[in-house]
Design a binder for this molecule. Structure first.
Ligand SMILES: NC(=O)c1ccc[n+]([C@@H]2O[C@H](COP(=O)([O-])OP(=O)(O)OC[C@H]3O[C@@H](n4cnc5c(N)ncnc54)[C@H](O)[C@@H]3O)[C@@H](O)[C@H]2O)c1
Length: 259
């Protein structure tokens, strides 16, 4: 088995003067991205459907709440996005960066997927990206600056390693929405880009030892991605210096899918 490693947030990119909203920021990838942007000097609103975990992350970054706050945000709810925007603008004056990270994978055999389950997965993984881009693209266009980063999946590019069809289709839709909004906003100072990860360390908790070994065997790099690695890529896309990425999807899959 490949050696496990992870790296602390190191603030390689400067976010001084910038404000960021991260969805699903209470743990995993979202938490790592929140830590990376905060380490670069940014103010971060850590949001999650589970406010308690978001609060823990925000408190660990800044117990005083000056540079990190926790917000309740269920990405299925347009009203929650609007409330988050209004709260960040009230506290910090503007929203510069939005990372649409919250997502939900359910592995169900194809013939067992009900119409209701299909819709639920699409709501969390794809409609959420539309709602967020719809709301924040307007805010960012008006202020002439913005960075939107959508966490999609290898499953949305080639079906992935262990994904079910509704998850794969929802992530493919999120990649297309990234391109749509990127082109609509190009030239306005606002960029929209995506990252398409293969297996990440966070998935191990949901897999059996056999499944973990099988995935490690399939990935040419021989391991899962560390959350610090995707956080670094998200920081690049979210930074001032990421301004020439327009509608890109960064492949981070350890060699599973080369194009
Ligand atoms: N883990 C992987 O191997 C992998 C691979 C490819 C893509 N991804 C994607 O990366 C992103 C992060 O994955 P992770 O492994 O850190 O996930 P995770 O399950 O560890 O964390 C997800 C977070 O999102 C929150 N969340 C769930 N539903 C929500 C909702 N409706 N509204 C707001 N927040 C909600 C959860 O409370 C949790 O804090 C997801 O979009 C996922 O689909 C993950």
């Amino acid at each position: 088995m490949a050696e496990h490693f992870d790296l602390p947030a190191n603030g390689s990119f400067s976010f001084v003067g910038r404000t960021a909203l991260i969805t699903g920021g209470g743990r995993g990838v979202g938490e790592a991205i929140a830590r990376e942007i905060h380490a670069g000097g940014g103010k971060v609103a850590v949001s999650d459907v589970d406010l308690a975990v978001a609060q823990q992350v925000a408190d660990s970054l800044d117990p005083g709440g000056a540079s990190a706050i926790a917000l309740p945000l269920d990405v299925r709810e347009k009203a929650d996005f609007l409330a988050a925007r209004d709260r960040i603008v009230a506290d910090w004056g503007k929203v510069d960066i939005v990372v649409n990270n919250a997502g939900f994978a359910k592995r169900t055999p194809t013939q067992d997927i009900t119409p209701e389950e299909f819709d639920a997965i699409v709501q969390i993984n794809m409609r959420s990206v539309f709602l967020s881009c719809q709301i924040f693209s307007e805010h960012m266009r008006e202020q002439g600056y913005g960075r939107i980063v959508n966490i999609t999946s290898l499953a949305g590019q080639n079906g992935g390693t262990v994904a079910s069809p509704h998850y794969a289709a929802s992530k493919a839709g999120a990649i297309m929405l990234t391109k749509y909004f990127a082109r609509y906003l190009a030239g306005s100072g606002v960029t929209v880009n995506a990252i398409a990860p293969g297996p990440i360390d966070t998935a191990k908790a949901r897999l059996s030892a056999e499944q973990i070994a099988r995935v490690e065997g399939e990935v040419p790099a021989g391991r899962f991605m560390a959350v610090s690695e995707i956080a670094a890529a998200a920081a690049l896309l979210a930074s001032d210096r990421g301004g020439f990425f327009v509608g890109a999807t960064l492949d981070m899959n350890g060699g599973l899918y080369l194009r």
